[in-house]
Design a protein around this ligand. Structure first.
Ligand SMILES: [Fe+2]
Length: 194
């Protein structure tokens, strides 16, 4: 655990929910003075209070701990807010069209930052009938491989999982404006506009 709930998070969430310190305190069975102490960094809620506190504030414990809470503002999801997350333990791949808090194997995963392809991660895209044949020029050994290729538009995700000892290639329907993403287990996420 590398983060714990902060007083600032508690105060912001409480104010967003239009609760007074006394009202929040009553919901979780503490005094308003206790809530005041948390919010002014003079104390921290006991771990046994995290679940009731999250519930009273209408969010998950993970969101509470991270200080990142997802209000219903995903309506304006756009291409640039598209995020990928990869679990370093099990290799699970997750995608979101907006900000979110993701955890896998007990780890909170950061949203990956995509880079422009370099010479060691070059990609070619060929037209094949009504699809595109995408090839990443990269090794596919157990130690170093491309683990997925994805094409994201503002409303659509195509994601193809790749495995070591397979080929770093796939067919995709590249319709509309979007970004092609691919992930190397050692060098991270790459992105190409299409
Ligand atoms: Fe690589």
């Amino acid at each position: 655990m590398n983060t714990y709930v902060t007083g600032t998070t508690i105060r912001q969430l409480r104010e967003t929910r239009k609760l007074t310190q006394a009202e929040l305190a009553e919901k979780i069975g503490v005094s308003s003075k206790t809530v005041s102490k948390w919010e002014t960094a003079k104390g921290l809620p006991d771990i046994s209070l995290l679940q009731p506190l999250a519930q009273a504030l209408g969010i998950s414990v993970i969101e509470l701990m991270n200080g990142e809470y997802i209000s219903n503002r995903n309506l304006s999801a756009n291409l640039l807010r598209s995020k990928f997350y990869v679990c370093p333990v099990c290799g699970n791949v997750l995608h979101s069209f907006g900000d979110t808090v993701v955890s896998c194997c007990g780890i909170t995963l950061p949203a990956l930052e995509a880079e422009t392809a370099d010479d060691d991660h070059a990609i070619t895209i060929e037209n094949v009938e009504d699809e595109y044949f995408v090839t990443v020029h990269h090794p596919m050994t157990k130690e170093h491989f491309i683990s997925f290729v994805a094409f994201v538009t503002s409303n659509r995700l195509q994601l193809v999982k790749l495995y070591p000892e397979g080929n770093a290639e796939t067919r995709l329907q590249l319709r509309g404006m979007g970004y092609l993403y691919y992930y190397c287990n050692r060098h991270g996420l790459f992105r190409k506009k299409k």
